[in-house]
Ligand binder design. Sequence first.
Ligand code: GLN
Length: 509
Amino acid sequence: MEIWELGARKILSMVSSREVSAQEVLDSFLSRTAEMDPEIGVYLEIMEPDARFSAAKIDALLLRGDSPGLMAGLPCAVKDNISAMGANLTCGSRILEGYVAPYDATSVRRLRSQGAIITGKTNLDEFAMGSSTETSAFGATSNPWAPDRVPGGSSGGSAAAVASGMVPVALGSDTGGSVRQPAAFTGICGLKPTYGLVSRYGLSGFASSMDTIGPFGASVWDCALVLEAISGSDPDDTRTSRRKAIPYTKKLGRSVKGLRAGVPKEYLAKGVDPGVMAVFHDALEALMKLGVTVEEISLPSSQYARDVYRLLSSCEAASSLARFDGVRYGFRAPAKDMSDMYFETRTQGFGEEVKRRIMLGTLALSAGYYDEYYLKAARARTLVIGDFQEAFRNCDVLLSPAAPTVAFKKGQSGDLLSSSWGDTLTCPANLAGIPALSLPMGFASPQDEDCPHGTFEPLLPCGLQIMGKPHDEETVLNLGFAYEESEGEEVSRRLLEMRRGLLKECEPV
Ligand code: GLN
């Protein structure tokens, strides 16, 4: 087996016992990247000199017998709306082209201080708006399971990087589902933490009241490890919680017997593909075998959640993106006077989807419309939060598929059913600020047509979403871990097969 195939846990133990050096680990992932990235299109920038320097530093520390941290020598890719000092920060947009981040985001700084090696910046939907990574100004990313399909979005670059074995772990951001849905589409794990558990300092804001930074990994343990490294209070983000840090990896492996799980009936009422639904029912049965009690519950206001999310996130985006005016950052269009410069810069710099949302948000915030739209949506958000509070009186976790379909074909994002419809299952957790994990639960055939890719069975991965009480990542991760321990073998086998077959799969015929 090559180093890149080993998994985060094994790599960490080999680095700390000096069986392999951090530099050898990095070499293995970089050569995998050189092989795969031209086909998959993950990286907007590979930070090779920076990564090599960090790996050499970790090796030197180990040689001296020092402890270089929780993630010593583990490569990690970062979504390109999170700042890494000295690297470009494009947010997948022309408007930021040429802008170089002058500082590290808190999460990136914390990863580095725990010994992680930052490998580069990954592709995303422009300003994290989208569900397919196709709205990026720099081209689409492919799903490693079927390169004619999307990896999900907006954090599709980070998800595809982990799924294809270019890095063991990565960071994404989740405002309405952008970590969970791509994790589901690419057959890996992704966690949206409780709002305020991970600092947003250095994350380019989309909808500040819902934005979270979350980890991707091939297993639940990997996500727990990254969360352990990046979570905790930060004076640079006043919304971070002051709770004591939790060693999440050490909390895994407890029995889940007696845990009470609720399945919101509104989430399954319509629109979930029958194939995904069948896999979800199998997952519920497997959980019951582990001693989890599963009952149907109701979240009546979830019928409004997607519209509320769309409206509020667009209002917040219209406000946070006002800073991109051609004066302070990146791109500036040539123009005859100042107001023309603002106009041209924003017209040429932003893509269609971003402009659509800025217009919607601006309208909903303007005099005469504010009460009718923004305020009404804000009130409906309170109802969504209330539903969750009520449900968590009797349930420890809530379960649903993470996405209503498997990965859809490129070019279908305009189709509401496959893209924004998918937010229905994920965005309520953002409105309420609660933690939610997506982990692989099995495989289903796409509804559009049979997947024509031949070296593995013609099925695509789908994800199980586990939502928890605010700040109860421990329970969410522990349940995911238990499920993975009992059911995960098939998924890991197929992930390995897919990764090995990928090169053949991508070769031009
Ligand atoms: N698909 C959602 C949207 O386009 C989610 C985005 C996100 O979580 N960043 O708004």
